[in-house]
Ligand binder design. Structure first.
Ligand code: GDP
Ligand code: MG
Length: 379
């Protein structure tokens, strides 16, 4: 498919013929084969254009521009627009120290206390209302999960607070140390859950002492990190743990815009559901997601058909820190994808066209790069 002459392409990209022929040489074109009038096919032109920061959309050469994509809105500077939002909490710790038990207890107690006497669905995240202060906490139960790795790669961190679980009968272990390092690197705010305190051989004081060797200083141990002696099994002090999280959240002054800004969020997990199509659990971080909202995520988009919480109950609106199941995606978005609201379906489609084209070309450039490297090695 002949598409454009070398001279015309150089002109449109705003580069010299020499620069273009150099770039074409890396694609395997010979200098003596080329000339100003040499006609490039669509594919080759797209590859070269990409190197110079251009892309080909509908046969026209366009500066690869943010205008085809969509970015999060700049941070809010008007403090009056910000409202308090629930903290987003993950649980970390050594294997068998009780992470799952603690999460299950929190989840179950939230159901018993809640208005729905029902079965929860696993949606990767859930909300809890604390028994005393009646504040909400959002728990993510998928750390170590692909979504987190992808978000970390992008430099996005959704977690506000880490509950570090250490079994009082086992103390600090290799994965405890790993978790501590992660918390220190990402500057996470930590609450300690000294677990299994129902056991006769529990030694919570030893745990707190051992933690000082790793730079974790609890109250009365040279620092101000809160430590709660709990049992995920019996429920001992679990309400205190929740209240410590809420207290820390208040100190952190966690806030977000609930309105007047395009919705932002992260895909926590996604799946195709029988009869319901593509469903993604989204943790909203900004704005209010509603039925009819048009959102893009990764290389897909959707018009929100319905929103459901972890009780499989329809919700009208999802505000910051709320996890919801979002129905209505054209294709399945991936865990870790950034979700952004756009004003129209046309905008959503052009953003996705652009992203697909860009990643296709980047993939090809990568393959070509590999071929060239092999060629050099063979010489
Ligand atoms: P995870 O690997 O950190 O998710 O740990 P689990 O939640 O799967 O717990 C590992 C084991 O410890 C299970 O047999 C739990 O029943 C037990 N366990 C967890 N929490 C407690 C607790 O507070 N007290 C006691 N006695 N056992 C617990
Ligand atoms: Mg577990």
């Amino acid at each position: 498919s002949s598409f454009i002459s070398v001279a015309n392409l150089a002109n449109q990209l705003g580069v010299r013929y020499n620069q273009l022929s150099k770039s074409l040489a890396t694609l395997g074109f010979d200098d003596d084969q080329l000339g100003h009038d040499y006609i490039l096919d669509h594919e080759t032109a797209a590859l070269v254009a990409e190197e110079f920061g251009f892309t080909i959309i509908n046969d026209s050469i366009e500066k690869m521009d943010e205008k085809y994509d969509v970015q999060p809105a700049p941070p809010c500077e008007d403090l009056a627009k910000l409202k308090p939002r629930p903290p987003i909490v993950t649980i970390m710790g050594h294997v068998d120290h009780g992470k799952t038990t603690i999460l299950d207890f929190l989840r179950k107690s939230s159901i018993v206390k809640g208005e729905f006497g029902g079965i929860t669905q696993h949606i990767g995240a859930f909300s809890v209302t604390t028994p005393v202060s009646k504040k909400n906490i959002t728990f993510l139960d998928t750390p170590g999960h692909a979504a987190f790795l992808k978000m970390r790669e992008r430099g996005a961190s959704v977690t506000d607070i880490v509950i570090l679980v250490i079994a009082a009968d086992d103390s600090v272990k290799p994965q405890t140390i790993e978790a501590i390092k992660h918390c220190q690197k990402s500057n996470a705010n930590v609450v300690l859950a000294i677990n299994k305190c129902d056991k006769p051989d529990a030694k919570p004081d030893k745990v707190l002492q051992d933690l000082t060797q790793h730079g974790i200083f609890a109250e009365n141990y040279g620092g101000d990190i809160q430590a709660v002696r709990v049992s995920g099994l019996s429920g001992l002090n679990m309400d205190k743990l929740e209240e410590e999280v809420v207290a820390l959240a208040e100190v952190l002054d966690l806030k977000a815009e609930f309105n007047g800004v395009p919705v932002e969020g992260h895909v926590i997990e996604s799946q195709v559901k029988k009869g319901a199509g593509n469903v993604a659990t989204v943790l909203v971080t900004r704005g209010s997601l509603k039925n009819g909202s048009i959102v893009v995520a990764g290389q897909t988009w959707g018009r929100v058909k319905s929103l459901k919480n972890e009780f499989n109950k329809t919700v009208k609106v999802a505000t910051p820190s709320m996890p919801v199941e979002v129905y209505g995606w054209k294709q399945l978005p991936e865990a870790g994808d950034l979700v952004i609201e756009v004003p129209t379906e046309a905008k959503a489609k052009s953003v996705i066209d652009y992203r697909i084209e860009r990643s296709r070309i980047q993939q090809q450039l990568k393959e070509l790069d590999n071929i060239n490297k092999q060629r050099i090695l063979q010489k």
